[in-house]
Design a protein around this ligand. Structure first.
Ligand SMILES: [Zn+2]
Length: 384
């Protein structure tokens, strides 16, 4: 069976089962809007080829009283590798079709130039492939790379990544050539959002957002059950919301961005100015703030205010049930939590303030797992 020959309905049924299975065929029909006949037509070749299987004993469907068999994806049918790229490290996860991790590896990056990063990804993939060989006979179906910046998942191109200083890099194609394995790429926060939607704090919610605070500040938006990319692939760039209140220059070159005040780098720089210590580290800034240093506490409060404005903007725009706050910056979250909640409550309009703010420290392995989940979702829809 050629995957490319599958109708779009196959991708829909498959993704529904990935996210919500096991389900009866009738339930798949209700969730996808497909007729029972269409579900059966799509499911039969997927069962024949081992992608999905009937599981368990028949249960009774209430509507007609007839027994219904549940269908689910077969986790062991294919393996995927997810890779999260940071400025100085690669984090890789080997996962099955349901994005359950089977092995993980990390590798330091000696430099950020494209050739070095692609070669390092290829080495990491080899290590994980060896782990896959030990764990079972199947090869790797595809690789999903999660990377920060303006990422065009459809063409596989990193249009612009400020942290890596990359512009128009055809990363999917380069990794594919270096590894011999089909590769998809996705913005890293969006990949994490897919993971949260599928098996994290966004499971079962129709609309939610994941906001990550760290070297950069970004958001993944799930609206009506879909993680959105926007027409130009940059939906969710809340780090560059122009909240004003600063003349500091952002990584994007503008002033007034949330990220120019609230990224870990911005907090460190402002704390250096506030203390007059040019060597001050983020860890030291956190210690000073905990010890009650008023100037450093003010830096965290300003960052919390900018974040609160950004979160209120997200709530007012899309009305999510929940905003999940994550990223390496949440390690010091207690220092700006009060200011975030206060500003959020002041600026969220009406019922938008009912949105649940949840803090979830997630390791980079979870972002890499998101890359594997993106690759698995695209099995029957290589180009959305
Ligand atoms: Zn900016």
């Amino acid at each position: 069976m050629s995957l490319a020959d599958q109708p779009p309905a196959a991708a829909l049924v498959f993704q529904t089962l990935l996210q919500h299975g096991p389900l009866s065929r009738a339930e798949v029909g209700r969730r996808t809007g497909l007729s029972p006949g269409a579900v059966t037509k799509v499911a039969t070749p997927l069962i024949d080829d081992g992608w999905i299987a009937e599981v368990g004993r028949p249960t009774v469907e209430r509507a007609n009283g007839r027994p219904a068999t549940l269908i689910a994806v077969r986790a062991e049918r294919a393996r995927f590798i997810g890779v999260k790229v940071t400025g100085d490290e690669l984090i890789g996860v080997l996962a099955d079709l349901t994005a359950q991790p089977l092995a993980s590896r990390r590798a330091a990056l000696g430099s950020r130039d494209v050739g070095t990063v692609v070669a390092a990804i290829a080495r990491l993939v080899d290590q994980l492939r060896a782990a896959a060989g030990a764990a079972g006979p199947d090869g790797i179906h595809s690789i999903g790379v999660a990377i920060s910046g303006d990422v065009d998942g459809q063409t596989g191109t990193v249009q612009y990544s400020p942290f890596l200083d990359w512009r128009r890099v055809p990363l999917a194609q380069l990794v594919e050539s270096a590894t011999g394995t089909p590769t998809v790429i996705e913005n890293d926060v969006r990949a994490l959002t897919v993971a949260e939607q599928w098996f994290g704090a966004g499971a079962g919610l129709s609309s939610f957002a994941v906001v990550t605070v760290g070297a950069g500040i970004g958001a993944g938006l799930s609206i009506g059950g879909r993680v959105v990319s926007g027409a130009h692939g940059v939906a969710g760039e809340i780090g560059h919301l122009p909240v004003g209140g600063t003349d500091r220059t952002c990584t994007c070159g503008n002033t007034g961005c949330v990220e120019a005040v609230a990224s870990t780098h911005a907090i460190t720089e402002q704390a250096r100015q506030a203390t007059g210590d040019p060597e001050l580290t983020m860890e030291k800034a956190v210690r000073l703030a905990h010890a009650g240093d008023p100037a450093v506490r003010a830096v965290f409060a300003r960052a919390g205010h900018a974040m609160g404005l950004a979160l209120a903007s997200v709530a007012n725009l899309i009305g999510p049930e929940r905003i999940i706050i994550s990223g390496e910056g949440v390690a010091s979250y207690d220092l700006f939590a009060d200011q975030i909640r206060q500003t959020f409550a002041d600026h969220a309009f009406g019922a938008a303030a009912d949105c649940d703010l949840v803090v979830r420290p997630l390791p980079f392995e979870e972002w890499a797992r998101g890359g594997a989940a993106v690759a698995a979702q695209r099995v029957f829809a290589p180009l959305k």
